[in-house]
Design a binder for this molecule. Structure first.
Ligand code: OSB
Ligand code: MG
Length: 380
């Protein structure tokens, strides 16, 4: 269970004095193809919250289009500017849990609420002069990471796997979709008999595909990630009874309630926690602890984040039940240049936790200005 979470009133209530909401665009070095389509660039909201002369940062992990989950970048920008920021600006909070409680009644919109809550956690940790991991209850100095490979040809995939295995990454995840599944997994497994290998379908199959999915059992995958619909826990429980390979849920887990239902029904034997998908740290900590009660390991997923979201993911990954390698690989795999000054690079499959207080990264203001599409300022 999570130990040492600092949730008491450890300091005077923190008043949020102001905020900036930017829309940022970073070109991806390699287009990223999953079952739902291809991303060529990463366009995301970046939020800064101000208090006590300090700044807290977070990014939204939604896509421009509602292809991964329902939220969109433009919807998130609008909700943040018209509802969430007016609700918190000028207000004082005893702790991040109090801010979480204020936003929690809004239906859905877990990614947008996560962005606001995460920026406050960074700010909160900075006011305590503590690394975010310490405030969350983690202590590791580095975390195990793997890579997530987009859909590509067999030759390209083999090349990429060889490169990342040689770099020391601890797990390879292949994206699959109907027509690009058994063959690619078979070829990679034959070439790399001993690696930790997984497959992520991003909801591309239905329960009618059970027998095809069961044929993946012979390739000794660590787990298969989100084979069925993003909003369907029940059918994953039905499917798990037909598979030897453990099912890992990603899209389907956005709240502790989702996690409880999946765990109680044996729909998930592994859970991918994305703090940016799950409403923030309060929900993520609960999902983490609940999974541990069910002896279900978790790992930290990614959404091709910039250094801001990447740093958040690394801090979260230090908690004890993150027992499988995460997707938070080197920033240089994604972008020519990042928006933070620190280089977030894995060494032998271990990602160092950024040091300093909060998430431990600072914005590269010059480059950020260059890739900022719009910027709005708010004062209390
Ligand atoms: O399903 O985990 C996913 C990227 C975008 C949308 C969904 C997913 C992903 C990844 C990439 O797998 C993870 C990363 O490298 O950040
Ligand atoms: Mg996934």
């Amino acid at each position: 269970m999570t130990k040492g979470v600092i949730d008491a009133q450890t300091r005077a209530p923190l008043r949020i004095d102001g905020a900036e909401l930017r829309l940022v665009r970073l070109a991806l070095l390699t287009p990223f193809t999953i079952s739902t389509g291809t991303l060529y660039e990463k366009v995301f909201p970046l939020l800064t919250l101000h208090a006590d002369g300090l700044e807290g940062y977070a990014e939204g992990v939604m896509d421009p289009l509602p292809d991964y989950l329902e939220e969109t970048v433009s919807g998130a920008m609008d909700l943040t500017r018209t509802v969430l920021l007016p609700q918190i600006l000028g207000k004082s909070f005893d702790n991040p849990q109090a801010l979480h409680g204020l936003l929690a009644p809004w239906r859905g919109n877990f990614m947008t609420k996560a962005m606001v809550e995460m920026a406050f956690w960074d700010l909160w940790a900075k006011t305590l002069s503590l690394p975010l991991k310490t405030v969350l209850g983690g202590s590791a100095d580095a975390v195990d990471v793997g890579v997530s490979l987009g859909i590509a040809s067999v030759e390209e995939t083999i090349d990429r796997v060889a490169t990342y295995v040689a770099e020391g990454y601890k797990r390879i995840k292949l994206k699959i979709k109907p027509g690009h599944d058994l063959d690619i997994v078979r070829v990679v497994r034959a070439r790399f008999p001993h690696i930790h290998l997984t497959a992520d379908a991003n909801s591309a199959y239905s329960i009618a595909d059970s027998s095809l999915l069961a044929r993946l059992d012979e390739f000794d995958l660590d787990y298969i990630e989100q084979p069925l619909a993003w909003n369907d826990i029940h059918d994953h429980a039905v499917l798990q009874k037909r598979l030897k390979t453990p099912i890992c849920l990603d899209e389907s887990i956005r709240s502790p309630e989702d996690a409880r239902k999946a765990l109680q029904s044996d729909a998930a034997r592994v859970i991918n926690i994305k703090v940016g998908r799950s409403g923030g740290y309060v929900n993520s900590l609960r999902i983490h602890d609940l999974s541990e009660v069910f002896s279900v390991p978790v790992w930290c997923g990614g959404m091709l984040e910039s250094g801001v979201g990447r740093a958040h993911n690394i801090h979260l990954s230090t908690l004890s039940n993150f027992r499988k390698p995460g997707d938070t690989s080197s920033a240089s795999r994604y972008f020519q240049r990042d928006i933070v000054e620190q280089r977030l690079e894995a060494v032998d499959g271990r990602m160092p936790v950024p040091q300093g207080s909060g998430i431990g990264v600072t914005l590269d203001e010059d480059f950020l200005a260059h890739v900022t599409i719009s910027r709005e300022s708010f004062t209390a």
